[in-house]
Design a protein around this ligand. Sequence first.
Ligand SMILES: [Zn+2]
Length: 267
Amino acid sequence: MFGRADRDRRSRRPILAWLGFVLMVLSFVWLQFLPPILRRQAVNSPATDEPFALVVLDPGHGGQDSGTMKAGILEKELALDVAHRAERLLQERGFATLLTRNDDTYVSLAGRAAIANEQSHCIFISIHFDDAARPAATGVETYYAAHQTSSNPMRVLSWLLFLHRTAFEPPNAESQSLASVIQEALVTHTQAMDRGTTPQQFFVIANVRHPAVLVEGGFLTNAEEMNKLATGDYREQIAEAISDGVVRYREMLREQRTPLAINLPGG
Ligand SMILES: [Zn+2]
């Protein structure tokens, strides 16, 4: 009585499995290739042959998400203030800037990464302040993601071959370099303790396809550091450090390009 129906169902199974596989492959291809096709033109990025001309600044938290709070000081407000200062300094140095939020509004982490991913030839800097259970914890630190979303087509291939996603990805030297120069400038400008650069898969930097770092500009849970952070002068030093780091990073990229130009045949 059920024999025919069973056979039909069984014969449909391989077809469904194949359909599932094809849909999976199509969705990977969609994720990898469609966003660049649909990418909107950078609004304020001038045409240039510089390695990058746009700096996307990402003030952490915002809206209902205050971040760390200590003695009436909110991480989200410090981050926005430093981002506005860095924006001014970078513009004075000829960079175009784009903020993931311009005021006290909530933007999701995916939304922040998407704003950067809509742009071409930019770098991404997320600005945060730290907290720790230990009140003595102090200093500045810059994070980069060891593995980032990339527009590298080899990644699609690695997915299709069911290999580990990092199999074909080069180590993330660009973001690591950006983190190093910003960290160096932060220590120089603030004289704060150097906590170094650390690879960390924070969503907001791991999902950006450009060089991306996350700056922790000091601990709100450290009384001495918080008193400094409460002053505009100190926040200006953090912004100066970000701006200096960006300039240094661009110099590094220019230096990397120069030997290539010399070695060109006939050049
Ligand atoms: Zn934060």
